[in-house]
Design a protein around this ligand. Structure first.
Ligand code: ATP
Length: 255
């Protein structure tokens, strides 16, 4: 399944938030979306997820969802959004129950996604007993359980400390390398964008326009060892972002 963003523009009342955004999310690809604060990244993700309709332009879906897909567009949030009164496996089973999947079939799916996210030993734990990184792994397991066509990830690691973030990036790479998934990955963090994105969409300050789309050819699994080769790209992204953020500040000062 492929998602095509076709000339999306949007305003809230007098505030123009997005202008003429077009790019594709191709199957098996992680697209990082970066841009200064308030440039419309989360708004764009909500439009891809069908939670909001753009004022102009459209989000097109081409091709069938993956086999067994229960929810084609599935969110992963920064705050994990786990139910505290359900165990790890209870949180995952919830999304299956929503689709009438119970019993042996549910147990099989839960065992698979908990193994893939290294949570098998914690299946009976409560969210309060888990670290932030583990909670986010539960949220990822829950998202994988519905076999999404596209995971919509809104700053999924930004509530975590830097070491946990590193570990989770490794986990995401391992997960993708074993079974490629498709994701739109919104982040402020350029290191994350470069480490995880097959492509990076750089938005300008508000109204968010596409400043650049950068393809990164290097396999995800090779990136930690070859980070030095990616540093010039990360630097040039920062220069772009710094200019945009500084300009946004100047505009606010004049407003
Ligand atoms: N429902 C809404 N009604 C009115 N204005 C909104 C609404 N949602 C977002 N906005 C405004 O639209 C702009 C873009 O918001 P959005 O959250 O999409 O940006 P962002 O790039 O994700 O920001 P950040 O990086 O700070 O998370 C902001 O100025 C925000 O205040």
């Amino acid at each position: 399944m492929r998602i095509i963003l076709d000339r999306i523009s949007h305003s809230y009342a007098d505030t123009e938030v997005l202008r003429d955004i077009s790019f594709d999310l191709r199957a098996g690809e992680i697209v990082s979306i970066i841009g200064p604060s308030g440039c419309g990244k989360s708004t764009l993700l909500r439009m891809i997820g069908g939670l909001e309709r753009p004022g102009a332009g459209q989000v097109l879906i081409s091709g069938p969802a993956p086999e067994g897909c229960l929810n084609p567009l599935t969110y992963i949030f920064q705050d994990f959004a786990l139910l505290p009164w359900r165990t790890v496996e209870g949180n995952v089973s919830l999304v299956l129950e929503d689709h009438g999947i119970r019993g042996a079939r549910a147990r099989e799916v839960i065992a698979d996604v908990l193994a893939r996210t290294k949570l098998s030993d914690f299946r009976r734990a409560w969210p309060r007993q888990l670290s932030g990184g583990m909670k986010q792994r539960v949220a990822i397991a829950r998202a994988l359980a519905v076999r999404p066509a596209v995971m919509l990830m809104d700053e999924p690691l930004s509530a975590l400390d830097s070491q946990t973030r590193e570990l989770l990036m490794d986990d995401l790479v391992e997960l993708w390398t074993r079974t490629p998934f498709t994701a739109a990955y919104v982040t402020h963090n350029l290191a994350e964008a470069v480490r995880l994105g097959h492509r990076i969409v750089v938005l300008s300050r508000r109204p968010g326009r596409i400043r650049e789309v950068v393809d990164i050819d290097m396999p995800l699994a090779e990136r930690p060892a070859r980070m030095a080769e990616l540093e010039p790209l990360q630097r040039s992204l920062w220069e772009m972002m710094r200019d945009e953020a500084a300009a946004a500040d100047r505009e606010l000062a004049h407003a």
